[in-house]
Design a protein around this ligand. Sequence first.
Ligand code: NAD
Ligand code: GLY
Length: 347
Amino acid sequence: MKKISVRASREYEVLIGSGLTEKAGELVKQVHAPCRTVIVSDSNVAPLWLDKVKVSLEKAGFTCSEYVFPAGEASKNTAELIKMVEFFAESGLTRTDLVVALGGGVTGDMAGFASAIFLRGIEFVQIPTTLLAMTDSSVGGKTAVDLEAGKNLCGAFHQPSLVICDTDTLSTLPAVEFSGGCAEVIKYGVIRDASLFEALEEGLLESDPAEVIARCVGIKRDVVEADEFDKGERQLLNFGHTAGHAIEKQSNFTLSHGQSVAMGMIIASLAVGKKEIAQRIAALEDKMGLPSACPYTAELLLPWCMSDKKKAGGSLTLVVPEKIGCCILKKIPAEEVLSFLERGLSR
Ligand code: NAD
Ligand code: GLY
């Protein structure tokens, strides 16, 4: 089992390995005395993995209730959030009790936010079951639900007490969800770690997924420790996401987040003239089942980019690569965004 320590406003460990859902009870007991818990999961993950986690927690002395919501981003809203916290109250959770989020980023974000607001904050444990959630959303304490006005607009920073990544859970993950997570994995290599990028080119994700997850979590940990509250450096994690979010919205979400970010990383690279970087990213994306060519024009993407929440004071902060392993933040005036996109789309 690999172990990565995160020292943010709360200190916690991220555990990565095989067979960890069966050991969840013992692992959680090391950070929290047995208590009442609600295991939150979605309608796809619960039938596959919830029983294992529940049995293990009960064996370790925890009393468990289950809360299962309909799978998918469409559930990540204030109405589902309120149902969840009402269930916490009905289950008799107190300030010293615990929430366990078992699932992908939707489950972790929503159960994490519910834990942040219930009784003004109770502890929660993340058991991520998608590649995206293991490498990104379960670590760093960003929790949220979506509003009509946009994604993740209602949330809080609330760090988990423990993150348990059982690589076995990836065995049931649909291929399209796995490749979506690969976009975030590639992102880590480009923003911070050329050797990770090269290892991915050589097939490390296929041969040793736990090692790749650990290296991604290590990068995320470093960025979060440097800028927990997203005032500067943490924005590097948005590489490919400004154009990516625009593509996702323009496609009316028929293109997934991962597919859109994959295209967004190519746009951000070409926009600053880094053709070789774009070619290497595109080759890796192709190998991982991700598209790299964006089907939309700059004119179609522009309004979505300008409504992105990262726009501030008439300018947009973009993440662009200098070389594989090093990205920088580049603030550009609103009137230059169209030409940025045009350059990014000319291949
Ligand atoms: P998700 O939670 O919707 O999971 C994707 C799909 O896979 C769902 O249908 C789910 O039911 C299914 N699934 C999950 N694990 C499974 C498994 N092991 N076996 C079978 N099916 C499984 O989505 P996601 O891609 O994990 O996360 C996306 C969400 O994460 C978005 O809401 C995004 O905003 C959020 N996010 C948050 C952060 C953060 O820092 N908090 C970072 C990145 C993304
Ligand atoms: N995934 C973006 C962040 O955690 O900041």
